[in-house]
Design a protein around this ligand. Structure first.
Ligand code: ATP
Length: 289
């Protein structure tokens, strides 16, 4: 089972004739509200991959719809706390050429208490996974608690913050980075990824596939991506990570889990949207890659 300490955002999309300049007011041509946030995306991806996933997070009183939607997608929500305050959200302005600008407000994603995390993880079993990203507070406490309880820790270092990674690096079993984050981590630690005290590091390379740095086996393996007609790459990394951890949780080897995650990522980039359009196992099986 996966315990995912993660963000939940309302993604508010506004379609505009052009992006606003300073002081400009523009009337949007269309509006859509979707479920987003790296945490929610990864929970949905893991659930779509057929694993039990308990999301640990927080929503404001305005976030009931997000809870409903996570439930609908198969995510367990008993440890999502509804509290005072505003649900995390991203206001995404998109112009007719597809160019965007984004304002994010973390809201209740930064109001998660140690009591909430402790209560959730006290129900976990040794051998379960704790998955985290860098859009909530409480990661240090969660990482320490997870290790005390014998959980494995998967961490997607996004949005990247060198200090946040360094603070928990000794506890991480699986680190997932994209190409930019990998370069930032190398610069911050002044060394190579294979010198970090983490058993497995997976670096995603977009259409270039991914690389697995196995520090236990002293090996680096490259995997080419599946072919895809990309229309929107948003959420590809989150989908990849959710599927990767789910595959491992279901007993796959790392190469098997990577293969599944790359199929999910390739299918995801052919779709517009985030959590609401993450493919399930059947769609992946039926797709002709
Ligand atoms: P994002 O932040 O846009 O969600 P990311 O930068 O975290 O993404 P990527 O490296 O872009 O993550 O993508 C994750 C995985 O998805 C890749 O390793 C690859 O397997 C798959 N993928 C992404 N883009 C493509 C593409 N254009 N064609 C095929 N597969 C892709």
């Amino acid at each position: 089972m996966i315990w995912n300490l993660g963000s939940i955002n309302a993604d508010n999309f506004y379609l505009l004739p052009h992006l606003p300049g300073p002081g400009e007011t523009i009337s949007a041509r269309d509006f859509r509200q979707g479920l987003g946030g790296k945490g929610a995306n990864m929970s949905v991806a893991a659930a779509r991959a057929g694993t039990r996933v308990m999301h640990v997070g927080a929503l404001g009183a305005d976030g009931g719809w997000a809870l409903e939607r996570l439930l609908e997608y198969g995510v367990e929500t008993a440890h999502i706390t509804l509290m005072e305050g505003v649900t995390g959200h991203a206001n995404i302005a998109v112009d007719l050429e597809g160019e965007n600008n984004i304002v994010i407000f973390p809201g209740t994603n930064h109001e998660i208490t140690e009591e909430m995390i402790g209560a959730a993880l006290s129900e976990a079993s040794s051998g379960d996974w704790l998955m985290m990203q860098n859009e909530t507070n409480g990661q240090r406490f969660a990482a320490q608690t997870a290790k005390t309880l014998g959980l494995k820790l998967a961490y997607a270092a996004a949005p990247f913050d060198a200090e946040a990674v360094k603070a928990i690096i000794e506890q991480i079993d699986l680190l997932v980075l994209n190409e930019v984050e990998a370069a930032q981590l190398r610069a911050a630690t002044g060394g190579e990824l294979r010198q970090l005290p983490v058993d497995d590091i997976v670096v995603t390379l977009g259409a270039g596939g991914c690389e697995w740095v196995s520090n236990k086996a002293h090996r680096i393996e490259s995997y080419p991506a599946y072919h895809a007609q990309a229309v929107d790459t948003t959420g590809a990394g989150d989908t990849f990570t959710g599927y990767l951890v789910a595959g491992l949780d279901r007993g796959m080897t790392m190469p098997q889990a990577i293969d599944l995650a790359m199929r999910a990522g390739a299918l995801m980039v052919t779709r517009h949207g985030t959590a609401d359009v993450i493919p399930d196992l059947k769609e992946i099986r039926d797709h002709d890659f």
